[in-house]
Ligand binder design. Structure first.
Ligand code: FAD
Length: 288
């Protein structure tokens, strides 16, 4: 089933969960155990990220197909095109289709850690919209893509970024899933700007709870998300107290989700970081 159907079929918010494949040296069974626990939340679908480094890439297909076949949950397999040739992408799309995967999250990706700049890579793809066009031609996939409420880090002007987003949607996107953010006002403002340029597909907020003080610095540098004064206060107060910080992070994310739901978002996409207890607590607090 294509994931867009979930957003069309019901007025209830769609719950999606994102997991990442563990490193090759790490047993895959532990992730399956986490999925089993997350299953209690009755997610509409689970998305599986595509490793930037390459070592976990094969696992994306394996995990996504197991979520569907063994757990009976719809799945969305992420795929990045930046470091692939057209021939490789064609082969991956074929494999996904053959393994019963009907939804892909079509991404450009980031340069591999060992590439000094984007220009150094022999690139056949430059932007996600090229992959979206390709996947559309290849088979009847449901297609999701990434959206950036506070703008993508590489794009100097938010007004340009939203034009690029519109181009991506026009290439054949069914659903947009957002980058993490901590300030819901930024998301609502982004929705308004998206509507103004004619983006009419569902835009689903992506929520990543802050579970420890160290993690937040990395989250901010990778995403460019702005931090709220409320979250800063929590970090000041609980930065050196791991248990209290986790509790405060769960409460913050719960309130964020509750507010988004009150304001009528089509669904919630939780970046689970492969954690089940904390995600279940947030969902319960927010009435999901
Ligand atoms: P694009 O949409 O191609 O945009 C990239 C940049 O190019 C933007 O600055 C945009 O403004 C600009 N641009 C686009 N079109 C044009 C144009 N025509 N002319 C000029 N500039 C243009 N990464 C992974 O490696 N694996 C994952 O599984 C993964 N999952 C993700 C899931 C979500 C929900 C999100 C939000 C991000 C995810 N990422 C993942 C990160 C993503 O790969 C990076 O953010 C990457 O830098 C951009 O990918 P994109 O698909 O958004 O690129």
């Amino acid at each position: 089933m294509k994931i867009i159907e979930f957003y069309k079929l019901t007025d209830d918010p769609v719950l999606s969960l994102e997991i990442f494949p563990p490193q090759a040296s790490y047993p895959i069974e532990s992730l399956f155990h986490t999925i089993e626990e997350l299953r209690d939340l009755e997610p509409d679908f689970i998305s599986v990220t595509y490793g930037a480094g390459g070592s976990t890439r094969d696992r994306t297909v394996e995990i996504a197909s197991s979520i569907k076949k063994d757990f009976g949950i719809e799945t969305l397999a992420h795929l990045t095109c930046m470091a692939h040739s057209r021939q490789e992408v064609d082969h991956i799309l074929e494999t996904l289709w053959d393994r019963g995967i009907r939804n892909i999250m079509a991404l450009r990706g980031d340069p591999p850690a060992d590439a000094e700049s984007l220009e150094m890579i022999q690139r056949e793809y430059h932007y996600a919209w090229e992959l979206i066009e390709e996947a559309r031609k290849k088979a009847d996939f449901g297609i999701a893509a990434a959206a950036y409420p506070e703008g993508h880090l590489e794009c100097q002007k938010n007004s340009d970024d939203i034009i690029h987003l519109k181009q991506k949607v026009d290439a054949g996107v069914d659903v947009l899933i957002s980058q993490l953010f901590f300030d819901n006002r930024k998301f609502f403002d982004f929705i308004d700007r998206s509507l103004q340029v004619g983006i009419n597909c569902p835009i689903v907020p992506g929520i990543m709870p802050v579970l420890n003080a160290k993690q937040i610095k990395r989250m901010i540098s990778l995403s460019g998300a702005s931090i709220t004064s409320e979250l800063l206060k929590l970090l000041d107060k609980y930065g050196d107290l791991p248990e209290e910080m986790e509790k405060a992070g769960i409460e913050y994310a719960s309130r964020q989700v509750e507010d988004l739901l009150t304001n009528g978002v089509p669904g919630i996409h939780m970046y689970t970081m492969n954690k089940s207890r904390q995600i279940k607590e947030i969902a319960k607090n927010a009435g999901l």
